[in-house]
Design a protein around this ligand. Structure first.
Ligand code: DGY
Length: 328
């Protein structure tokens, strides 16, 4: 059988794949240009892809022999699940193993925003430390006692709540469905409407997948409701925010700042207006990027593909009817 990888994976994973399949690895531009992807997917039985690869109906149609798509991610909004299931292609993904790493990054960004860590680093490098020696200069704010609003209380949202609890933050959340009373108690989290969450939180953290329902759910309407001193953190998916609205909101200082690990289109370059704003912290989609987590993801991505191509159930299969009801 022949498989295609849209990017290199760990050496141990490639070695494992080469034992069973004829492996082709794309090594050029990332994401792989659509035309090239379409030409390379022909005659392939399996595909390992990444969140920035758009596996749309055209790509799926071109994969005349395709039986399995294994994405190296928890998110699968980049794959046309409906079309794949109509073609009988098994789609699999890598949830759970990246929950803690993503929650850790969310906390790191939150702490950075509150305590101005990156801003301090930039200031020193510009030789401006002397300018902030006074007692009222360069003050951040405490995390303890502040209100964190979590949008999407799935695995990652809950892991963030757990961490924020030990920072003595008050936790509000909004979710499609209220979680169990037991879980609310254990996380010390209170269910509120989206509107109340945006109005009353000191920091809002997004943990919903990108679906037609969550597309640009955060727009000027919601952003305008936030406190002037509040922050927004996004480690979920860029497309759940209307980026133009956010840029305007940050430019006009309607909110204090934002930390973003994900963007409407990735990768972003220095021409993206976000890179010119001083009240935004940006990271290159590194939610799951720890050596340990990425290794586990690679193990699962390989196993998922192998099982699917052997006609067995992968470890984590995306449900055919999924309009992404599973939570991040
Ligand atoms: C995922 O797995 O979907 C993450 O966004 C990757 O970091």
């Amino acid at each position: 059988m022949k498989i295609l990888l849209t990017r290199r994976l760990h050496d141990f994973a490639i070695k494992e794949l080469r034992k069973r399949y004829q492996v082709e690895i794309h090594s050029g531009r990332i994401p792989m240009p659509k035309k090239l992807l379409i030409s390379k997917i022909r005659e392939k039985d399996g595909l390992i892809c990444y969140p920035y690869d758009k596996i749309d109906a055209d790509v799926i149609e071109a994969g005349n022999k395709l039986r399995a798509i294994s994405t190296f991610s928890v998110g699968y909004d980049h794959i046309d699940i409906k079309r794949a299931s109509q073609r009988g292609i098994v789609v699999s993904y890598t949830p759970e193993v990246l929950t803690k790493a993503t929650a850790d990054l969310t906390m790191a960004l939150m702490i950075d925003l509150f305590r101005r860590v990156t801003e301090g680093d930039r200031l020193i490098r510009k030789g401006k430390w002397k300018a902030i020696l006074g007692p009222y200069e360069f003050l951040g704010s405490d995390l303890h006692g502040k209100t964190l609003g979590i949008v999407g209380m799935g695995r990652i949202g809950a892991a963030v709540a757990q961490r924020a609890r030990s920072f003595e933050m008050n936790i509000l959340y909004h979710n499609r469905k209220r979680v169990s009373a037991k879980m609310e108690r254990s996380l010390n989290a209170r269910y509120v409407s989206l509107d109340e969450l945006f109005r009353t939180s000191d920091v809002v953290s997004l943990h919903v997948p990108h679906t037609p329902k969550t597309h640009e759910i955060v727009n000027s309407g919601l952003l305008r409701k936030m406190k002037k001193t509040a922050f927004l953190v996004n480690t979920a998916r860029g497309k759940i925010i209307n980026e133009k609205d956010l840029v305007l909101t940050l430019k006009r200082k309607i909110i204090a700042g934002a930390a973003l690990d994900v963007f409407q289109t990735e990768p972003i370059g220095s021409s993206n207006p976000l890179t010119r704003l001083t009240n935004v912290l940006i990271t290159p989609h590194i939610g799951s990027a720890t050596a340990e987590t990425r290794r586990k993801m690679a193990e699962i991505a390989v196993k998922n593909l192998e099982l699917s191509l052997a006609g067995k159930r992968p470890i984590y299969q995306v449900k055919a009817e999924s309009n992404r009801s599973g939570l991040l």
